[in-house]
Design a binder for this molecule. Structure first.
Ligand code: CO8
Length: 258
C-alpha cells in the first residue's frame, strides 16, 4: 500500500535537492515525510558525487511542525518504545552539508529540522517558532537544545516559553538564520551556496562539518535524551490531548494543568 510521494527528490550537478511537498497540511512532518526525507538524505550522503544537499518546502511552508493529528493519540510509552520521530536523528548525522532553504512557516518540528541543517537560508517571508507550548507539550526534536546553542538562553526561553513566532529578520538578528534573501531569490541562492560547497574538497568539507558538530554538541546528547523523556511524559497528560484536539477543532484549548 503506497500513497503518493510527499517529497520531490532530484539531483542538479553535485547538489541533491529534497523538497517537502505536502501542501494540504503546510508540509506537516508525518511519518511518511520523515521516511522520504531521511531516505533521500542518506542516499545522497552515500554518493560521493553529491557534495551538498538542499532541503526546502513551498513558498507557504518549509514545515509547520510535526503532524499534530498523527501525534495526538500517542502515549508517552509509544514515544519511548517506538521513537516515531527517530529517523530525524539519522538526518541530523549525515556527513554532507545540508542547507535548509526556508520560505513561509518553519514551526515546531519544522524549525527543529531546519536547525539540524548546517546553513539556514531564509526568504524574507519566513516565520520561525517553537509553538509546542500552545499544544501542552514542549519541543521534542532538539528545539530546547539546539535553539539555545544557536541564540542563547534568553532568546531561546522567550521563544520556547511563549511560543511566539519570529520573522525571518528577527530570526537572523538573534542568530537562528544564516542569511535572509528576497523570497524570489531563495532557491537560486540555495543553489549557489550548495554549489559553492560542493566545489570544495569533500574530505575537508566532511572534516569541517564534523568539527562544527563537535563544537556544537558538548552535552547535546544528554540534553536530547532528557528532552525526549520529558516530551514523552507530556503525552500522558490531559493537556496534550486537549491542546492537539483543540488545534484540530480550531478552538482555544481548555487546559487542566495536568
Ligand atoms: N500538523 C498537522 N496539520 C497541520 C499542522 C501540523 N503541524 N499545521 C497546519 N496543519 C494543517 C491544518 O490543520 C490545516 O488543515 P485543514 O485545512 O484540514 O484544517 C492546514 O494545515 C492549513 O493550516 P491552517 O488552516 O491552520 O493555516 P493558517 O494559515 O490559518 O495557519 C499556522 C498557519 C499558523 C502555521 C497554523 O497552521 C498552525 O499554527 N499550525 C501548527 C503549528 C504548530 O503548532 N507546530 C508545532 C507542532 S508540534 C511539533 O512540531 C513537535 C515536534 C517534536 C516531535 C518530536 C517527537 C520526539
Amino acid at each position: 500500500m503506497t500513497g503518493p510521494r510527499l517529497t520531490r527528490v532530484e539531483t542538479q550537478g553535485r547538489v541533491g535537492w529534497i523538497t517537502i511537498d505536502r501542501p494540504e497540511s503546510l508540509n506537516a512532518l508525518n511519518a511518511q515525510v520523515m521516511r522520504e526525507v531521511v531516505d533521500a538524505a542518506t542516499t545522497f550522503d552515500a554518493d560521493p558525487q553529491i557534495g551538498a544537499i538542499v532541503l526546502t518546502g513551498s513558498e507557504r511552508a518549509f514545515a509547520a511542525g510535526a503532524d499534530i493529528a498523527e501525534m495526538e493519540p500517542l502515549s508517552g510509552l509509544d514515544l519511548m518504545m517506538d521513537e516515531p520521530f527517530g529517523g530525524w536523528a539519522r538526518f541530523a548525522t549525515v556527513r554532507t552539508p545540508v542547507i535548509a532553504a526556508v520560505a513561509g512557516y518553519a514551526l515546531g518540528g519544522g524549525c527543529e529540522v531546519a536547525m539540524m541543517c548546517d546553513i539556514i537560508l531564509a526568504a524574507d517571508t519566513a516565520t520561525f517558532g517553537q509553538p509546542e507550548i500552545n499544544l501542552g507539550v514542549i519541543p521534542g526534536m532538539g528545539g530546547t537544545q539546539r535553539l539555545i546553542r544557536a541564540v542563547g538562553y534568553y532568546k531561546a526561553a522567550d521563544l520556547v516559553l511563549t511560543g511566539r513566532l519570529v520573522s525571518a529578520h528577527e530570526a537572523e538578528r538573534i542568530g537562528l538564520v544564516s542569511r535572509v534573501v528576497p523570497a524570489d531569490d531563495l532557491l537560486a541562492e540555495a543553489a549557489r551556496t550548495a554549489e559553492a560547497i560542493a566545489a570544495k574538497s569533500l574530505p575537508s568539507v566532511y572534516a569541517a562539518k564534523q568539527a562544527l558538530d563537535v563544537a556544537m554538541e558538548g552535552s547535546l546528547a544528554e540534553g536530547l535524551r532528557w528532552e525526549a523523556r520529558a516530551f514523552a511524559a507530556l503525552f500522558d497528560t490531559h493537556d496534550q490531548k486537549e491542546g492537539m484536539r483543540a488545534f484540530r477543532e480550531k478552538r482555544a484549548p481548555a487546559f487542566r494543568h495536568g
